[in-house]
Structure formats: C-alpha cells, structure tokens
Design a protein. Structure first.
Length: 397
C-alpha cells in the first residue's frame, strides 16, 4: 500500500499537470500552526522533505503542523513526531480534484484544489497552495463578481487570468506567485463558486486579453462613479499603458446601481493632523501636530485626484499622490468610509469634509459598471473592449 501511495504522489508533482500557480494562504494571520485534512474518505499522502532533498511519505487522515522561530516545522505522523524542512500534502488519490481543507488559528476553514505545502518563514508557517491556473482564476472571479450575471462574471475571469499571467511571481521573497489578499487578488479556494457560476465560466476558459503579444495588466476595482482614470496618474509613469488611460462609463453611468456612487467623510482637523504628523515627522511635532493644511494640487483624468499637499507652520510641505492619500485614509479610518481618490475637499470650521465618488483605485474595469453593461445587453467581450481599449482577446501559451 505504501509503495502505491508513493507512486501516486509522484504523479502529482508540479509539471505533471496543467499550468500551476502558487498562492500564499492565511499570511495575514501569521500562523504558527496549520491544520489540513481531506474533504473525502481518502487519507492524505504527506511527504516530509528534508533540507538535503530526501523524501519520506506518510499516510494519515490529518496533519497538524507547527512552526517556531528556533526549529523546523513539526507534525505528528505515523504516531511519531516528524520535523522536516517542509511538508507536501496531497490526497492519497494523487491529484488535487478531491480537495484539501485547511485552516489556521484565528482564520476560516477553506477547501483548496491542487496540493498544499508547509514551510517555515521567520517563526511562522508559510502555507502555499499549488493550484491549476484555471481553478485559481475561477475562485478569484466568483469572489470578485459575486453579484454579477454570467457575462460580467466571464469578463472578470478574463481580467483576473490576464492580470495573474502579467504579474506571476509577485512574491519572490516568499517563493510564490501570489498572496490571497487584495495586494494580489482575493483567493478563497474552491467554495467561492457555485455550480451555476462554473458552467457560466466555461465559455471564457483560457481566454486572455493581450497587448503587443503579451498578457495585459488588467487592473479592476469596484465603482468608478462615471469614469475610470489613468494608471499613470494613480501610480506613476512606470505603470502607464495605452489601454489604461481612463474611459467614460456611460451616460448615465453603467455603475449607477452601486451604493458607492457618492460618499462623504467628515473628520476633525486636529485628529487628522496628528495622524499625518505621526506618519510624516517632517511636518513637525510627530504625533502631536494639531494644525495643518490640506489642498488638492492636481486633478487627473475624469476628476480623480492626482496630488494632495499637506503643510504646517513647523515643517516643509508634503506632496502625495492622490491614491497614496486614499490608501492612508482607508488604512486609518476604514476602506468603507474613505472609499477612493475621487473627492473634493471642504474646510468647515475645525473639520475637513471629503465629498467623494466611487470605490477603489479607479484603474481598469469598473466591476459595477461591468454588471450595468450586462444589464444593458453587452456580452463579456464588449465589456472588456470598453474598459481595456486596444487589447485583443486571445490565448496565451
């Protein structure tokens, strides 16, 4: 039995299947303990890989691996404690279609296709999911376009696949392609999709947006409130792309059904100035600055703020990109409160009032706009053509 397990496990090594990507899971929880089990009656085939490459395979129902700063990750396998440089976890069937359920302390339990790897990383467990690209794309698309119909969902899948192929290897320090957070794309595993959504996605399987023969950098976000903006205005000239110059979203906007079309954020001047003083000590009196001035210095394409100036009486002015200011405000006060860099600023007494529109960074496909275009009769190809003009729909080797 053991030799059969070893043989089947070897069939599932990377390169023996379709294109795979690797995703770091649950990193936000900084886990020191990782639990993995099969979703079926099949046991797990756990391979303990030593630093010199030697491999030992164990058959078990679950694995509970622990990582510390001073030792290799360890798990109880075959009634004994096994420590190794890393563990590779698959089902005994030798492929990933049966599913693996994984969780960490403080985090959710999720089911993943492909196979899982546990390795140490600065005192915590690094849990990696090696998953076929198509399974990864389906999960991302279903999570990102949960309220959308089939055409918007297909557009999201093409955008997610194209983006993934254009930034593969985004986390070289962790030895993986992506994380499972918005820094890359939100990935929650197999259960993100319903069977109905999977059937809808079949029509867009393998399709990619290309520009100059390579996968396009297909950014996307929630709500543009009438117009998207230029990548160069948001992140600088290095991100400029001819298909990311910003487009009007229709009249009335296709995304008009979004709850994020208009928003207002109000904050006391002293509280915000103290935050800014702590973030930028050059303003003076770090953490104690109570008087400062804010001004919008530049407005980019379609009303998105390009530059914000922050100044005080005790230090030089700080000049920030509009999106950097948005990111700081979202981090401090909540992404659901300070929603975008498309805003106007009003000074009222001892308060700052931000009158804003939209949700997200403003570049690429407006997701609520895609849903609105579908309701207006557009298919996924028309949606992609609208938000990424100049790209071509095709396949990537």
């Amino acid at each position: 039995m053991r030799s059969l397990i070893i043989a089947m496990a070897l069939l599932s090594v990377p390169g023996a299947q379709a294109r795979e990507v690797s995703v770091s899971l649950f990193g936000i929880f900084k886990p020191q303990r990782v639990s993995i089990e099969s979703t079926t009656s099949l046991p797990l085939a756990v391979t303990a890989v030593a630093a010199d490459g030697r491999r030992r395979v164990f058959v078990t129902n679950t694995i509970d691996a622990r990582c510390t700063a001073s030792a290799l990750p360890c798990a109880r396998l075959a009634k004994k404690r096994v420590c190794s440089a890393r563990f590779e976890v698959r089902t005994a069937a030798g492929h990933g279609r049966d599913g693996l359920r994984a969780g960490v302390v403080g985090g959710p339990l999720r089911v993943y296709d492909g196979w899982l790897e546990v390795r140490p990383a600065s005192g915590v467990c690094l849990l990696l999911n090696h998953v076929p690209l198509e399974d990864y794309v389906q999960s991302v698309a279903c999570h990102e376009m949960r309220p959308g119909g089939p055409e918007a969902l297909r557009a999201q899948a093409v955008a997610s696949r194209s983006y993934a192929l254009s930034v593969t290897g985004k986390h070289p320090g962790a030895g993986c392609d992506f994380c499972d957070l918005t820094h890359c794309q939100v990935y929650t595993g197999r259960d993100a999709c319903t069977s109905k959504q999977r059937r809808a996605l079949a029509a867009a399987r393998g399709l990619v947006l290309l520009f100059d023969g390579s996968p396009a950098r297909t950014y996307y976000f929630s709500t543009c409130a009438g117009s998207t903006t230029s990548a160069a205005d948001v992140w600088g000239p290095v991100t400029a792309r001819p298909y990311l110059l910003g487009v009007e979203d229709g009249r009335p906007p296709y995304c008009s059904d979004s709850a994020h079309m208009h928003w207002t954020f109000r904050i006391g001047r002293a509280g915000l100035c103290r935050r800014l003083g702590k973030q930028f000590p050059a303003l003076g009196r770090a953490g104690k600055l109570e008087k400062c001035k804010l001004a919008i210095e530049k407005v980019g394409r379609h009303g998105w703020v390009g530059r914000v100036s922050i100044s005080s009486a005790s230090g030089p002015a700080i000049d920030l990109r509009g999106e950097r200011f948005h990111m700081l405000m979202g981090k401090w006060f909540g992404w659901g409160r300070f929603k975008s860099a498309r805003f106007e600023l009003e000074k009222r007494g001892q308060e700052f009032l931000f009158h804003g529109r939209g949700l997200g960074h403003g570049v690429g496909m407006c997701q609520y706009g895609a849903m609105g275009m579908e309701r207006a009769g557009a298919d996924f190809k028309k949606i992609l053509e609208h938000y990424y003009p100049g790209t071509q729909l095709g396949r990537w080797p």
